[in-house]
Ligand binder design. Structure first.
Ligand code: B16
Ligand code: MG
Length: 217
C-alpha cells in the first residue's frame, strides 16, 4: 500500500536546470571550455562534482582534485546567487497542486534531491511546508544512481521502499529508485525515463487520480 512520496527537486518540483546551465556556461566561458545545452542535459540529476568531471572529460582536460573543487565552488557561487530570482511562481505546472493534494489526503512526503542547495530553492518557492523530510546532497555521500538518498527519505518517513513512490526526471534517478525497491514515476520523455513504472510527459499530467488508478493495491 502506498503511504509516501519522495520527490526529486530539479525537473520535478521546479526547473532550476536553466540556472545550472547559466552558471556552468559562465564558468566554462571564463575558462575557455566548450559547453552547450546538449551537454547541460547530461548533468541532469548528477552531483556538482560529477558534473564538472563530465564537462572536463568533454573538453579533454585533466586537473588535480584541488583545482576541480575550487572550480566547482566558483560555479556554485554563481548558481546560488541566481537562486535569489526564484519565486513561488516558479513551481513546474502541476507540482504545487499535487503536493497540496497529497497533504490534504495525509500522505507522507519527502524530498530526495542531489542538490546541496535544495533547502534554499524550497525556501524561495515557499515550499518547505509541503515536506515532512528534506533529503538533499548534504544528507548522504553516494549520488544517484545509488539509492541512498531515497532510502534516507523512506527511513526518515518511517516507511519501507515498497510503500513509497519516487518522482524523478533523470535516468539515473529512476535507476536509483528501482535499485532501492521503490515504485517510480518518471517525468519527461520515454527515451529518458521510460523505464519508470509510470511515466508522464510533465507534472501537469501527474494527478493523484491518475497515480491512484495505476498503483491501486
Ligand atoms: P548542487 P536534483 C540536481 O538536482 C540537478 O539536477 C543537477 O544538475 C545538479 O548538478 C545537482 O542537483 C547538484 O546540485 O550543485 O546545487 O548541489 O534533480 O537531484 O533535484
Ligand atoms: Mg532532477
Amino acid at each position: 500500500m502506498i503511504k509516501g512520496f519522495i520527490f526529486d527537486l530539479d525537473g520535478v518540483i521546479t526547473d532550476t536546470a536553466e540556472q545550472h546551465y547559466v552558471a556552468w556556461k559562465k564558468l566554462s566561458d571564463e575558462n575557455g571550455w566548450s559547453f552547450d545545452r546538449e551537454l547541460n542535459d547530461k548533468l541532469r540529476g548528477i552531483s556538482r562534482l560529477d558534473s564538472i568531471q563530465v564537462i572536463l572529460e568533454h573538453n579533454n582536460i585533466t586537473l588535480d582534485e584541488d583545482t576541480i573543487g575550487k572550480l566547482a565552488n566558483q560555479k556554485n557561487e554563481k548558481y546560488v546567487e541566481s537562486l535569489d530570482d526564484v519565486t513561488p511562481e516558479d513551481f513546474l505546472p502541476g507540482a504545487k497542486e499535487l503536493l497540496t493534494h497529497l497533504r490534504t489526503e495525509g500522505f507522507h512526503v519527502a524530498l530526495g534531491s542531489a542538490s546541496k542547495n535544495a533547502s534554499k530553492v524550497l525556501q524561495q518557492l515557499n515550499a518547505l511546508g509541503y515536506f515532512d523530510v528534506i533529503g538533499d546532497g548534504n544528507s548522504v555521500t553516494e549520488s544517484k544512481p545509488n539509492p541512498a538518498i531515497f532510502l534516507h527519505g523512506a527511513e526518515k518517513l518511517g516507511l519501507q521502499p515498497d510503500e513509497c513512490i519516487v518522482f524523478e526526471d533523470a535516468e539515473s534517478g529512476v535507476d536509483a529508485a528501482k535499485t532501492g525497491g521503490f515504485h517510480s514515476i518518471g517525468i519527461g520523455p520515454k527515451e529518458r525515463v521510460g523505464h519508470a513504472d509510470l511515466r508522464f510527459d510533465s507534472m501537469a499530467d501527474a494527478t493523484l487520480f491518475e497515480i491512484k488508478s495505476y498503483f491501486k493495491d
